[in-house]
Design a protein around this ligand. Structure first.
Ligand code: SAM
Ligand code: SF4
Length: 457
């Protein structure tokens, strides 16, 4: 395909779509479970996870940062004081204890524990030790359990890394975003290659077996030249995995994003071209695309899981095993019990109040009906295995005309279609969101005008 055809295709499929860490996606949740219902779903998922040996997952949200990166879309608050930290750690541990009591399990069998945020390494070593001691002291780790953390390299010390390694952490994800000084300056995220290198090297020396970098394309002032600069530094540092996220601009939810003007943002085709350039550079350096926005070296276990068809996707992104349920602890954390989802209170004060009343702090959620469950499996199949089949229990009336909805993708060589299934082609990988949108019945019903691709291009 020549450059002109490629550009026309990018324009045609330049339609914003969800990242499908869940189906239905959060804006379409409508049937919030009561606490008793949620616990029933969790107990059922726990039996499934234990049954096949994968175990459960715990995600802990740490909503604190030292300074605000103005692009940030995460649930966090900027603070310099540590007086609020130990009460928060105690609340998270109390929430975990409530789950265990109400489920009647003394220690939960964990296949995964992930600390995210915000910035978990905002916690000083004593605070981190209290959190980890409380969580791990009341859990049993399954063989091969994966313990992982997201860190901001600017606030991560060798002492914290040692503590994490001592507690069995082997996976670390560094927020890198972009190395161009002009981009870093406008998004208030100034960090040097040396800082990122120091944390990477220290983590490896301590035995961390997988280092991930988060990068973003579509930030203000980014150009092909700045992507080249970032990719050159990243490929030289050679993390095992890379997430290359599209910048999500939601200033009505995140007013910090108003600190730069929209004319400075690469959009549409220009934004997409930045992704394509990043992907080319990563693939030339030996990385493989393993799903939406994610790359890994063939030596990394996530690539091996993807290759063997074992990869799973949940609110934490791609994971190596199908652990279930996922318990989300802490403010705004999301839980997944296979046929139900829930999100905790999003404001710190409300979260503390609910925990003090000894309630699970459920803010909203969704119980999946039969159609949701079928469509969720298809979207998951596409996101993790690039193929799906709609036969037997995986058929549902909404899919009766799926071939019609996918016909244009097939004509453009993005999917291979037969009467009962489809497979995403190499060329189609970059349009995975559009393809998944064809399976999104709730989107189709609420926004029938919403297109899977641009009719005008
Ligand atoms: C919770 S943060 C990571 C940890 C740590 N606080 C840091 O920034 O280094 C998770 C990741 O979300 C991504 N992210 C945050 N805001 C985003 C946005 N508006 N659009 C796309 N990605 C975003 C960033 O790549 C970030 O590293
Ligand atoms: S990107 Fe990370 S460090 Fe920056 S504000 Fe968001 S959560 Fe905090």
């Amino acid at each position: 395909m020549n450059a002109e055809q490629q550009s026309a295709r990018l324009a045609k499929y330049d339609v914003a779509g969800p990242r499908y860490t869940s189906y239905p996606t959060v804006p379409y949740w409508e049937d919030t479970p009561t606490e008793a219902q949620w616990l029933e779903h969790v107990a059922r998922a726990l039996r499934q996870g234990e049954g096949d040996g994968a175990g459960a997952s715990v995600y802990v949200h740490v909503p604190f940062c030292r300074a605000l990166c103005t692009f940030c879309g995460c649930n966090t608050r900027v603070t310099r004081t540590h007086t609020i930290i130990m009460p928060y750690v105690q609340a998270v541990l109390a929430e975990y204890a409530m789950y265990r009591e109400r489920l009647g399990v003394a220690a939960l069998g964990l296949g995964e524990l992930h600390l995210g945020g915000g910035t978990p390494t905002f916690l000083d070593p004593a605070e981190l030790a209290a959190l980890l001691g409380g969580l791990l002291g009341s859990s049993t780790l399954r063989p091969g359990a994966q313990l992982s953390i997201e860190v901001d390299p600017r606030v991560t010390t060798p002492e914290q890394l040692r503590l994490l390694a001592q507690h069995g952490f082997q996976r670390i994800s560094l927020g890198v975003q972009d190395f161009d000084p002009q981009v870093q300056d406008i998004v208030n995220r100034v960090q040097s290659v040396a800082q990122v290198r120091a944390v990477t090297v220290a983590a490896r020396q301590l035995g961390f077996s997988s280092v991930n970098y988060d990068l973003i394309y579509g930030l203000p002032f980014q150009t092909p030249a700045s992507i080249e600069l970032t990719m050159a530094a990243v490929c030289e540092l050679r993390p095992d995995r890379i997430a290359l996220y599209g910048y999500a601009h939601v200033p009505w939810i995140k007013p910090g994003q108003r600190r730069f003007t929209e004319i400075d943002l690469p959009e549409g085709r220009a934004k997409r071209a930045l992704y394509e350039l990043g992907r080319e550079r990563l693939e030339a350096a030996g990385y493989r695309e393993i799903g939406l926005d994610h790359f890994a070296l063939p030596t990394d276990s996530l690539w091996q899981a993807a290759h063997a068809g074992r990869m799973h996707r949940n609110f934490m992104g791609y994971t190596e095993a199908y652990t279930r349920p996922l318990l989300g602890l802490g403010v705004s954390a999301i839980g997944d019990a296979v046929d139900a989802f829930m999100q905790n209170e999003k404001e710190l004060q409300q979260y503390h109040e609910r925990i003090a009343r000894r309630e699970l702090p459920i803010h909203r959620g969704h119980r999946l009906d039969t159609e949701d469950q079928v469509l969720r499996r298809h979207i998951l199949n596409l996101m993790t295995r690039m193929a799906t089949r709609w036969t037997g229990p995986d058929a549902t009336p909404f899919l009766e005309d799926i071939s019609v909805r996918l016909a244009e993708f097939a004509a453009d060589g993005l999917v291979e279609l037969d009467a009962q299934g489809c497979r995403v082609t190499e060329a189609g990988r970059g349009f995975l969101r559009n393809i998944c949108m064809a399976f999104d019945a709730r989107l189709a019903r609420r926004s029938p005008e919403r297109q899977l691709f641009s009719q005008t291009a």
